[in-house]
Ligand binder design. Structure first.
Ligand SMILES: [Zn+2]
Ligand SMILES: [Zn+2]
Length: 295
């Protein structure tokens, strides 16, 4: 059975985000561990971290996921941006350990014209440097991207290129974003399209490497290369698409984390209910299917 959760704001501190996860009945959740609008960061307040770990531990919310700052670009060919990004990624891993987070999800980066191979080599060496200087415990996951601009990681093969170039490659996970996949041209809405997607993932990166799902509906069309998240059921993937995704045995047991728009607090409640209903309908179908076989 999949676990369900949501990306939560840390504007009131990390412990308040954990409290909100409890209030929403999340099985898992994701946060930024630092202000997402700047590469500079204050250390996490130790009392806030302790309170965070207490809530998470008491509820056994798992996994706790940190999403790396969007401004980090370890694929950058520019040396100053690259160095700042490596330092920030290193700090993200340290923070993840402070919070006891199991997973750290990262957008691979933008090569800015230097090409996928050159960008992937920069990413791989940044990952190695960040881990080798910290000995961090949290597992880093590369996220698949929609393919806007010069984004790397639009296909599973591109993620594999990074994995192969990094000394730490064997330890890297993959976070599968449904909106990004759809934008990149993977038709996750149909049983056939999703099967082809899963088989491509199997041969390029291995199924066991996919350890989390970002469950987002898509404002953009199939192959439109748009990274624009929509409420569950309101976008091009739609409720039938999410029922299809939740019925996929390779994805079914994973943590599903929503990164859907939040215009009001009710949006989070509604989107969580919507994704859960897609899973329940699937369970119901499996049960009735099984009964029919038995009869
Ligand atoms: Zn992301
Ligand atoms: Zn996105």
């Amino acid at each position: 059975m999949a676990g369900f959760g949501i990306h939560l704001s840390i504007s009131g501190g990390v412990a308040q985000a954990a409290a909100r996860a409890r209030e929403l009945g999340c099985d898992t959740f994701q946060i930024f561990s630092r202000n997402p609008r700047t590469l500079k960061a204050k250390p996490i307040d130790p009392d806030d971290a302790t309170a965070f770990r207490a809530i998470v531990g008491e509820l056994e919310i798992r996994p706790v996921v940190i999403h790396v700052n969007y401004l980090i670009n370890v694929a950058s060919p520019k040396d100053d941006t690259y160095q700042l990004s490596v330092d920030a990624l290193t700090d993200e891993l340290v923070r993840a350990d402070v919070l006891g987070a199991e997973l750290v999800v990262m957008h691979p980066g933008n090569h800015l014209g230097s090409g996928v191979e050159a960008g992937a080599a920069r990413i791989a060496s940044a990952i190695d440097r960040a881990y080798e200087s910290t000995g961090a415990r949290a597992r880093l996951c590369l996220e698949n991207m929609a393919g806007a601009g010069t984004e790397i990681g639009t296909t599973f093969a591109e993620l594999r290129t990074i994995i192969d170039m990094a000394r730490l490659g064997p330890t890297l996970g993959v976070c599968f974003d449904t909106c990004h996949a759809y934008g990149a041209g993977y038709d996750v809405c149909t049983a056939r399209g999703l099967r082809a997607t899963i088989e491509e993932a199997r041969s390029a990166v291995g199924i066991e490497r996919i350890v989390a799902v970002h469950a987002n509906d898509s404002k953009g069309q199939l192959g439109g290369r748009k990274d624009q998240h929509e409420h569950i059921g309101h976008g091009a993937i739609g409720l039938p698409g999410f029922r299809n995704i939740l019925a996929c045995p390779e994805l079914a047991g994973l943590p599903f984390i929503l990164e859907t728009p939040v215009d009001s607090p009710e949006d989070q409640v509604r989107d969580l209910a919507a994704i859960r209903s897609c899973a329940q309908q699937d369970e119901h179908r499996q049960l009735t299917g099984r009964m029919r076989v038995e009869v």
